[in-house]
Write a protein that binds this ligand. Structure first.
Ligand code: GDP
Ligand code: IMO
Ligand code: MG
Length: 422
């Protein structure tokens, strides 16, 4: 395997963590290049469930190096908590973790502003994870953010923080929220910075030197294509480029060094938070929730659920340049018959083959469905394509054909082994 970008082809939570864990076996380095601890990537191995938020899922495999790239926004307190939890679970974290000195910091006022904006927006809220992601990327774009390199220089950090706290406290007070204490934030962040110091480096140079030595890099996308700040269902999106291009800008690895793009998609569709979800189906959601499935890995919220949307995944293939598909959660449809697949949308009497850019128009789209036969039997023990029931084989072939990319992996359960590689 050469350098591979893995992206979510839907609205996030496609099972990227599980697929990364499988692909890491053949990679040397795993890189996160965007997003923050809004992500929740689940890996199940030997009956232990690991949930990764900021640290690449590759950390679970000994001998692999994990990089948090320049495009990620890091809440240092949350990162240290994650490191502590993983260590308690027996995972070694030391020289196998590198953090870019250019990564921006998420500060307590970002989280509070995120919360206040959501509160104030009422029914037009985005349904964010309230992790401060939007305000942190906002500061980055406004060129007023604090970066990991600032945190490594206590005097510089305190000075910049003082100015930012003064500015943000005025805003928070105007919104009727509690101001943050400079002294408290300064102390806790500097202490966190001290603990994080051994991990911080120029990760661009590290990755380029590794490539010169023939090391293989796997880029772990967070969120999904339709949460992308440019290509997603704006404004109901996150604040980073979740699509393939974000892996390059967020890591400093140039586009011509990328060899393939793998798109991960569920065999159906889910979304957490607000915004259009054309194939949403309440009965399907109820069925998944009754089975204890489809609850958010970060916030625990119930995920909204719907049928597979080929209009969306075809567009995702285009934007990301998806070469290969990994279809997850196929076992979720074990007892569903018939299964519906959205092949086009109808808007104002017209048939659409690509999603409209406008969020309101997307919300008004009616899915045009094709129905296919279900398989009505558990499939979690299948390990080869031929061991899948014929109706399941037909279904995955059909959705890969509609998406327009080669099928390379099928996941039939959360565990590492519950995977069919084609
Ligand atoms: P991510 O954010 O894309 O990494 O996905 P999440 O971890 O948030 O959500 C995916 C959920 O599906 C997690 O609970 C996984 O353990 C689970 N999962 C992944 N693949 C499969 C699968 O093939 N079958 C089942 N039953 N669960 C899966
Ligand atoms: P992974 O990596 C699913 C959603 C939020 C909200 C919107 C904006 O686990 O797939 P934000 O906190 O980023 O400002 O929220 O994006 N969202 C996700 N949905 N999976 C994720 O990550 C998500 N990260 C953010 O629910 O709708
Ligand atoms: Mg997730």
């Amino acid at each position: 395997m050469a350098n591979t970008i893995l992206v979510g082809a839907q609205w996030g939570d496609e099972g990227k963590g599980k697929i990364i864990d499988v692909l890491t076996a053949k990679a040397d380095i795993v890189v996160r290049s965007q997003g923050g601890n809004n992500a929740g990537h689940t890996v199940s191995h030997r009956d232990i469930k690991y949930i990764l938020h900021l640290i690449p899922s590759g950390i679970l495999r000994p001998g692999k190096v994990c990089v948090i790239g320049n495009g990620v926004v890091i809440d240092p307190i949350a990162l240290l908590e994650e490191i502590d939890v993983l260590r308690k679970q027996g995972i070694r974290i030391g020289k196998n973790l590198l953090i870019s000195d250019c990564a921006h910091l998420v500060l307590p006022y970002h989280r509070m502003l995120d919360e206040q904006r959501e509160l104030r927006q009422g029914h037009t809220r985005i349904g964010t994870t309230k992790r401060g992601i939007g305000p942190a990327y906002g500061d980055k774009a406004a060129r007023t953010g604090l970066r990991m390199s600032d945190l490594m220089q206590p005097i510089v950090f305190s000075k910049k923080l003082q100015a930012k706290v003064t500015e943000n406290n005025r805003i928070l007070q105007a919104l009727g929220a509690k101001p943050v204490s400079f002294r408290e934030v300064n102390e806790t962040y500097l202490a966190a910075g001290k603990r994080l110091r051994p991990f911080v480096d120029n990760t661009v140079v590290y990755l380029h030197r590794a490539m010169e030595r023939g090391k293989k890099i796997l880029f772990e996308g967070a969120q999904g294509t339709f949460l992308d700040i440019d290509h997603g269902t704006y404004p109901y999106v996150t604040s980073s480029n979740t699509t393939a291009g974000g892996a390059c800008t967020g890591s400093g690895v140039p586009p011509h060094r990328i060899d393939r793009v793998v798109g991960v998609m569920k065999a159906y569709t889910t979304r957490v938070g607000e915004g259009a979800l054309p194939t949403e189906d309440m009965q399907l959601a109820q069925m998944f929730h009754d089975l204890g499935r489809e609850f958010g890995a970060t916030t625990g919220r119930k995920r909204r659920c719907g049928w597979f949307d080929a209009v969306a995944t075809r567009y995702a293939r285009m934007i990301n340049g998806i070469d290969e598909l990994a279809i997850t959660n196929l076992d979720g449809l074990d007892s569903v018959d018939p299964i519906r697949v959205c092949v086009a949308y109808r808007l104002n009497g017209k048939r659409l083959d690509v999603p409209p850019s406008d969020a309101k128009q997307l919300g008004n789209c009616e899915p045009i469905y094709k129905e296919v036969r279900g398989w009505n039997t558990p499939i979690h023990s299948a390990r080869t394509f031929s061991q899948l029931p014929s109706a399941a084989r037909k279904y995955v072939r059909y959705i890969s054909e509609l998406t327009g990319a080669k099928l390379s992996m099928i996941s039939v359960g959360p565990a590492r082994g519950e995977t069919i590689i084609l």
